[in-house]
Design a binder for this molecule. Structure first.
Ligand SMILES: Nc1ncnc2c1ncn2[C@@H]1O[C@H](COP(=O)(O)OP(=O)(O)OP(=O)(O)O)[C@@H](O)[C@H]1O
Length: 598
């Protein structure tokens, strides 16, 4: 399952793992973004460097004018007296500040765009890899956890990436500001670094564990929240009948409340040092001001130095705070990064996914097939031996849970045998020399499952399921609908095949949903048709019309019908009866069914 393990990987390892999934183009863009960050830092350096001359000229222009080097430079540029220096120096200072702000702004915008682009790449890649997982992976997963991973965890990963980019920008800016402060007064710069560095360092060491622990709990609660929503809304009929909304609300609340509280806690940890450190900064500057005045005397020499240091601190402290809060976000979202990385690390199948349908010539054969849903699970099929010939109509019957649906899932290549072999015309379905064999076999089969999933789109789109809207063959849709005995119902509505069925087909009856499912399977025009309790909601007359039209399809159509209603399989060539994962009897319906009907 795509959640983090109990032993969290370090944030660095997770980020490197995610980096490994980025395309070369994105990595190049991130490299260019680093250049923008460096420029941003350079601009900060420039604007801070411009403060000293600006304040020096403002506080005492004559002092500057009296410096031989500056004086010569000013004369060469065309100035004649000290007071003329004020305006140009002010303009240079303002221009440097505006330029620095513009570059930071561009940097901020690019950071956001880059985090969004990387987030979208990761999100699509995580979903792509999830979709490509074999069916056995899907049946053992909890869908709420998958939905949480593909939605919430990806969104939180985007926030973490954005925080990382801001952290990097702030680190470059802080390094540049510190270099400027080192040039202005190295003792003060080093003192500031030691003071603020140790405060933030101490906080980082003491809060890291808690941030990560909270993050893990938030992820688990987010998954519980989606589960609670799915359960409450999925069982809405029962909830309304039983009037137990409060029970479902309580389940939801128990997942939601701790999540919000933990999120607030992590946000507080990331934000609270700001106020403490700012106060510390002001105290340090006040102390420094007093000290410098005592040392150098009040007036002109102290003000520019103090001004530059104050401005440096005013810029440096937010940068340090951004580094810290970015770091807290990364650690707090550690569990989400781990979840996303687990999705990204899902292996992609080596065999092809799309292929032309396989033409079955003779038979499908199960030889000593065993199956279990997991290493710890009981055996569901126990040495199944069965041969189905091309064009045969086979009925599968038996007690509930005896393994009929599992058998057809194996037959369709959705599940692979735990032991034994499945042969198509004598060749193993999992023959490794033909990477297209499995996809080609799946393409040859149409299936109507026990519960049909209907998308909240039109009848036509639901029948031609998964076909892009502009490629739907409406003629084929109508033909399939007629064969499935649903055409007259669809055509009575003014919107006809464009009528929307509602989420999961809520606007339809159970029998109508089933007939759309049958029409969907018939649209595929497959040579092998599997009906798993596909007509259970239909009245006997409608069922027999459908069976008649399926029987007329083609002599070469191989039909496998699972049914509890024994009359449904009475038309089959052969009926196979299952019990506890084994075939207990098989033969023509007249031989097998009477004993079952007793
Ligand atoms: N995803 C799964 N994980 C674990 N066990 C499963 C899973 N799906 C089915 N089983 C188990 O496998 C056994 C066979 O189930 P299967 O659905 O094949 O039976 P069935 O004969 O089709 O039943 P029914 O007639 O009720 O549809 C059952 O005991 C069931 O509990």
């Amino acid at each position: 399952m795509p959640t983090s393990s109990n032993q969290p990987l370090s944030t660095r390892t997770l980020l490197l793992g995610i980096w490994g999934h980025l395309s070369r183009r994105r990595r190049t863009q991130l490299g260019l973004l680093l250049v923008v960050m460096l420029t941003s830092g350079g601009a900060e350096l420039l604007s801070l460097g411009a403060v000293m001359p600006f304040l020096a000229v403002l506080s005492d222009p004559e002092l500057v004018w009296s410096q031989p080097r500056l004086h010569n430079l000013a004369i060469r540029v065309g100035f004649t007296k000290a007071s003329e220096l004020v305006l140009p120096v002010m303009l240079v200072f303002a221009a440097a500040a505006v330029l620095a702000a513009l570059i930071r702004l561009a940097n901020l915008w690019l950071n956001g765009r880059m985090a969004a682009a990387v987030g979208s790449d990761l999100s699509c890649e995580a979903y792509r890899r999830t979709l490509y997982q074999p069916y056995e992976v899907h049946v053992t997963r909890n869908s709420a956890e998958v939905i949480t991973a593909v939605t919430t965890q990806i969104s939180r990963t985007v926030v973490a990436l954005s925080a990382l980019l801001q952290l990097l920008t702030a680190s470059v800016v802080a390094a540049c500001l510190l270099s400027a402060l080192l040039l202005i007064d190295w003792t003060v710069a080093l003192g500031a670094l030691a003071l603020f560095g140790s405060v933030y360092g101490l906080l980082a060491v003491t809060t890291r564990r808690e941030l990560q622990r909270n993050g893990q709990k938030i992820t688990a609660a987010a998954s519980q929240q989606i589960k609670a929503l799915q359960e409450g809304l999925g069982a809405i009929r029962d909830v309304l009948l039983n009037g137990n909304q409060h029970t479902y609300l309580e389940i939801y609340r128990q997942a939601d409340r701790p999540q919000r509280i933990l999120e607030a806690k992590n946000q507080f940890i990331g934000g609270f040092p700001r106020y403490a450190v700012e106060a510390l900064g002001i105290v340090a500057i006040a102390l420094l001001g007093g000290l410098l005045t005592l040392q150098k005397g009040a007036g002109g020499a102290v003000i520019p130095l103090l001004g530059a240091l104050a401005l440096g601190a005013q810029r440096l402290l937010p940068a340090l705070q951004q580094i810290f809060s970015g770091w807290t976000v990364l650690n707090g979202f550690n569990a989400d990064l781990a979840g996303v990385l687990t999705l990204l690390n899902q292996p992609l199948p080596t065999h092809a996914n799309v292929a032309d349908p396989l033409q079955l010539r003779e038979s499908i054969r199960f030889i000593g097939v065993h199956f279990r849903y997991g290493p710890e699970q009981p055996e569901v099929l126990q040495g199944l031996n069965l041969e189905i010939h091309r064009g045969e109509r086979i009925g599968l019957i038996g007690t509930t849970g005896s393994g009929k649906s599992t058998t057809v899932d194996l037959l369709m290549g959705l599940l692979a045998p735990t032991a034994g072999r499945l042969l198509l015309d004598g060749v193993d379905l999992y023959d490794s020399s033909d990477p297209k064999r499995l996809a080609s076999w799946r393409a040859a089969i149409a299936h109507v499952p026990q519960s049909i999933y209907l998308a909240d789109s039109s009848m036509a789109e639901n029948i031609a399921f998964g076909v892009p809207r502009n490629q739907i063959d409406l003629g084929r849709v109508k033909q399939a609908a007629e064969q499935a005995q649903i055409a007259s119902f669809i055509e009575t509505s003014p919107e006809g095949y464009q009528r929307v069925v509602g989420e999961r087909g809520v606007r339809l009856s159970g029998g109508q949903r089933q007939r759309i499912g049958i029409a969907r399977a018939l649209y595929k025009n497959a040579k092998i048709l599997v009906l798993d309790e596909a007509t259970s909601a239909l009245d006997g007359k409608t069922e027999s019309y459908i069976v008649d039209s399926i029987n007329c399809l083609s002599a070469s159509l191989t039909l496998i019908v699972i049914a509890h209603r024994l009359s449904t399989v009475a038309f089959c060539d052969r009926v196979i009866c299952f019990e506890a994962g084994k075939i207990i009897s098989e033969g023509p319906p007249f031989a097998v069914l009477p004993s079952r009907l007793k």
